[in-house]
Design a protein around this ligand. Structure first.
Ligand code: FMN
Length: 288
């Protein structure tokens, strides 16, 4: 057992938000999914206050070593999440972390307050890769915007608050320090790197959303660098992620300062990746 923000977890491997649909997996695999759940905690995909349809297709581009997605955070909105998704996610055999995002302090406050009331949820992850409605810059790109947001919402949550940082910033450690300074309990990183794919013949953006986010093997070394920079600056526990596909990759992120490791893009190739990586990690830790 390991302890993370007061949660007791069987092993250090969790999922990256939006990369494993536990409700669809339960439909596909039935109760076998619950008997051998791949992660020690489950992170929901991002929910927003209002329902979102997501971006127009195409939404995915296969890059040479990873993929670019412009899914656009489709979700049922807060009310739909509480009514349809939460009762199903509450049946999972592991603690539930609900990931939320809003484009203003007021929106985030309403999400945090509503989720904090629910006993089914163990912790809240705040996705700050969202443009600030006033400045147009991503909230998580700027230490001052992020500090203001965390200062406003921190008092509203009794549950642990994890801030999911964006890598699309000049100084990720400064942003992490702002989150720590305002009372976050943990940080998670990295989210996807902003990226563009061009349609092969027409030389215009391929993805319906225009730009997208690069994930997978291509960003693994960026994740190592950013997790190390954040670990060198703050003392909060870190959930590290970015291109993790094996126990060796997980060991690397832990060795630069991650307390937990999240698996994202690899889940699309292998839905059992979480269990495989957890057992590879265990063997490597025993050997060393
Ligand atoms: C298809 C897809 C959907 C994602 N959806 C979300 C999301 O809803 N919220 C979020 O915070 N991150 C989301 N992410 C980012 C991942 O959680 C993770 O931070 C990122 O992909 C890096 O890890 P990886 O290289 O292992 O995929 C998404 C990533 C992908 C590939």
């Amino acid at each position: 057992m390991i302890e993370f923000c007061g949660l007791q977890l069987q092993h250090p491997i969790v999922n990256g938000s939006g990369t494993f649909d536990a409700i669809a997996a339960r439909r596909a695999f039935g109760d076998a999914l619950l008997a051998d759940f791949p992660f020690s905690a489950f992170v929901s995909k991002t929910i927003t206050l209002q329902p979102r349809a997501g971006n127009p297709p195409p939404r995915l581009w296969e890059a040479q070593a990873g993929m670019i997605n412009s899914i656009g955070l489709p979700n049922r909105g807060l009310e739909g999440y509480l009514e349809y998704d939460l009762p199903q996610l509450a049946q999972l055999p592991v603690p539930l972390i609900t990931n939320v995002m809003g484009s203003s302090e007021d929106e985030v406050a309403r999400l945090v307050e509503a989720i904090d009331e629910r006993d089914e949820v163990a912790a809240i992850e705040l996705n700050v890769s969202c443009p600030n409605v006033r400045t147009g810059l991503d909230i998580g790109a700027d230490p001052r915007s992020l500090a203001a947001l965390v200062r406003a919402v921190r008092p509203l949550a009794r549950k642990p608050l994890i801030v999911k940082l964006t890598p699309n910033t000049a100084d990720v450690a400064a942003v992490a320090a702002a989150a720590e300074g305002e009372g976050a309990d943990a940080v998670s990183l990295i989210n996807t790197l902003r990226a563009t794919a061009l349609a092969p013949s027409a030389k215009r953006p391929w993805l319906g959303g225009g730009t997208g986010g690069l994930s997978g093997a291509a960003i693994r070394n960026v994740a190592l660098s950013q997790v190390a920079a954040v670990a060198g600056r703050i003392s909060l526990p870190i959930i590290g992620m970015g291109g993790i596909a094996s126990g060796t990759h997980a060991v690397d992120l832990i060795s630069v300062g991650a307390a937990l490791v999240a698996v994202g893009t690899e889940n699309f190739r292998d839905p059992c990746a979480g269990s495989r990586i957890a057992s590879e990690l265990k063997s490597l830790q025993i050997r060393h």
